[in-house]
Write a protein that binds this ligand. Sequence first.
Ligand code: MGD
Ligand code: MGD
Ligand code: MO
Length: 771
Amino acid sequence: MLDGFRRLRGSRPASVDEVDDHRYDEDEGLTTRHPSEHAAGLPAVVSALRHGVREMGVRRTVKTLRMINQDTGFDCMGCAWPDPAKRHHAEFCENGAKAVAEEATLLRAGPDLFAQYSVAELAAQSDFWLGKRGRLTHPLYLAPGATHYAPISWDGAFDLIAGELQALDSPDEAAFYTSGRTSNEAAFVYQAFVRALGTNNLPDCSNMCHESSGVALEQSIGIGKGSVSLEDIEAADLLIVVGQNPGTNHPRMLSSLEAAKGRGAKVVAVNPLREAGLTRFDNPQKVRGMVGAGTKLADLHLPIRVNGDLALFSAVNARLLERDAVDHEFLSASCDGLTAVRAAHADLDEAAVLAATGLSRAAIDELTELVVASERTVICWAMGLTQHRNSVATIREVVNLLLLRGMIGKPGAGLCPVRGHSNVQGDRSMGIYEKPPAAFLDRMQAALGYDLPREHGVDVVGAIRAMRDGKVKVFLGMGGNFLSAAPDTAATAAALGSCRLTVHVATKPNRSHVTPGRAALLLPTLGRTERDVQAGGEQVVTVEDSMSAVHASRGALPPASDELLSEVAIVCRLADRVVGDRGNVRWLELAADYDRIRDLIAEAIAGFEDFNARRDAGFVLPHPPRDSRSFATPNGRAQLTVNPLEVLHVPAGRLVLQTLRSHDQYNTTIYGLNDRYRGVKAGRRVVLVNAADLAAQGLRDGDTVDLVGEPDPDGTVRRAEHFRAIAYDTPLGCAAAYYPETNTLVPLDSVALESGTPTSKSVIVRLEPAS
Ligand SMILES: Nc1nc2c(c(=O)[nH]1)N[C@H]1C(S)=C(S)[C@@H](COP(=O)(O)OP(=O)(O)OC[C@H]3O[C@@H](n4cnc5c(=O)[nH]c(N)nc54)[C@H](O)[C@@H]3O)O[C@H]1N2
Ligand SMILES: Nc1nc2c(c(=O)[nH]1)N[C@H]1C(S)=C(S)[C@@H](COP(=O)(O)OP(=O)(O)OC[C@H]3O[C@@H](n4cnc5c(=O)[nH]c(N)nc54)[C@H](O)[C@@H]3O)O[C@H]1N2
Ligand SMILES: [Mo]
């Protein structure tokens, strides 16, 4: 892939002017064409390198991209897909390269930017523009009543935070958010600090992401993590990819699917959209992928209606039971609940299934045949399954399928929730969780040597409600973009605005930073690409991928500014100021040498024994169902569950809107305005609608519309204005538009049962011609 650099020789390094050549205003130049059937290939290489060179220049691009995911380099922050044991020279993908370029950019958002623009002026800019200002360089303070952020010393910043925290009536009046890029070491000291303060208010991005998977898996198999390794993916003979767009969001997964196909595996895509990455993959690491026709990936695409998955998996399971195509030996040895499930599925309403899925009986039969013929089945899923009201039930039904077939804890088979943020799973392992189990806290408490709070804290939606109601007054975000990632943008902005103090530890400016509380702090931090030198020398951090493998990550670039502190240093210096040394914890010693943090982790968290000795080689955390078909549920058996068919009710004239990612964004960070595979160019305010739905509403392809939500009981109506309606291959009644522009339409109180995840993939809207 690095050969592609030759094409770009002569490109100039980045400058603000060059990046300003971009148009930040959407709509005007927007064009659309037929969606692509191919993912990756040469266009991906060129796009990745262009982006890198624009942000960092040629030399730095070569140097940086060479270190991604190598044994001695840093872990790519693009996604949580694992690294193969045998690495390529270029073990990354187009979108990983873009994620790295975003961080390693030479552009700087220094104090001059914040002197030039008031917070109100910054807030009027697009997310794209804000992110393209570059890396934050200095701690900044927005004083009560001030219009501009101004530089402040680190000590000054820590004093301000300490003052506000100490003035609270209860530690539960503060909330501490985490996004999923935070290293294990930073996450561990962060939760240790927050719990020393006396609260479990640790909402995280998981609450909006895979929480539904964690809850369903915990109930069914006793552990909230996936049960497969990379080898299992490649050894499977059937891979069902549900509600996931790997061509954009986990491109390296396509190499594993390609390897599995090479051994004769079948791939099924269950997705309302015909996503390019699932139809054909042109592997940029192989000559065939660069110039040939690539590999056809999906053998079967089921264009399911949005939120039809509970019905689909119930229907397949009903067929398996009816045909008795189940693993009796495994079921009787290891599972509970078969009788109840059998009874419930015998009564399944097939007409309701066909209506909910929008699929034909023949299509469901075809999937069932593939399942019955398979000896090694893996089911992968992501946000298409987790962000609906019935998500937990849906994922339990997915588990039912694999349990019925005995497809867990054997090679080439199992459950694969594909995580998003590169260390979101590790952060949870470290205790970033508002509802930690008692046993976890007991062991943590013994290791830390001080008492930990036991009362559950708030999750993301709970934190927004608590801020709105005046119960949380101080908000601290460890990375992320709480405002733009959370649902109901107006309600979330008002909630943050009502805080006494909002604090963000961040690498680059984003909308949360310009939606301040009465006062606000913006604390710049090192990214994963950068060298982290502390009193005890150069430091290494660790992360855990989507398949429970823990490994080290070392930055190599010089920090974006001399003023940056690492996340660990920020937490430890703040903790030293606010709670002081406690029990076995000496904050400043931990910050000086992260090995000392790992010593504590080794004592505090099961599976991390001998952490420092094993950190460089890496290790895989224990997973009882995967390792030994044992289940840490209350009765020690895997649970088959009855999940009554709940069908989303869509009133006449309305559509179900799913809010998803374009090919040119990382969550709320916008890399560019194109969505290459879906044929959208130079704009993001688009809504993809079935041509028949457009016609039924008297609209035409290309019309400009407003998206209007259903009124709340109090009459509040949420709107997102000025979207180009595009006729697109999506099931009848189902529309799609990009996040975060459409978060304003997701009602705060519309969350998944049991997991509390906002229902970002099933928003009821109508289209109104724009005025
Ligand atoms: N480049 C890049 N990589 C990323 C990210 C990024 O923004 N950019 N984000 C990271 C993060 S945090 C995450 S969580 C992951 C997200 O990875 P994905 O889950 O792939 O992300 P989405 O774009 O939300 O795509 C959801 C997919 O589910 C489908 N879908 C929607 N509703 C339904 C439904 O009801 N049923 C079914 N069966 N399918 C449905 C959509 O058509 C779409 O293909 O990616 C991670 N990696
Ligand atoms: N409507 C809708 N809403 C969604 C989703 C959806 O599909 N639809 N998806 C949800 C999902 S899956 C997720 S995970 C959340 C994502 O929610 P978040 O994780 O909160 O959002 P990000 O956009 O990933 O955060 C980007 C910011 O992180 C900061 N950052 C980047 N790297 C670092 C670092 O190394 N350290 C620190 N301290 N800061 C850093 C930068 O300042 C950047 O602006 O959004 C959720 N919201
Ligand atoms: Mo996510």
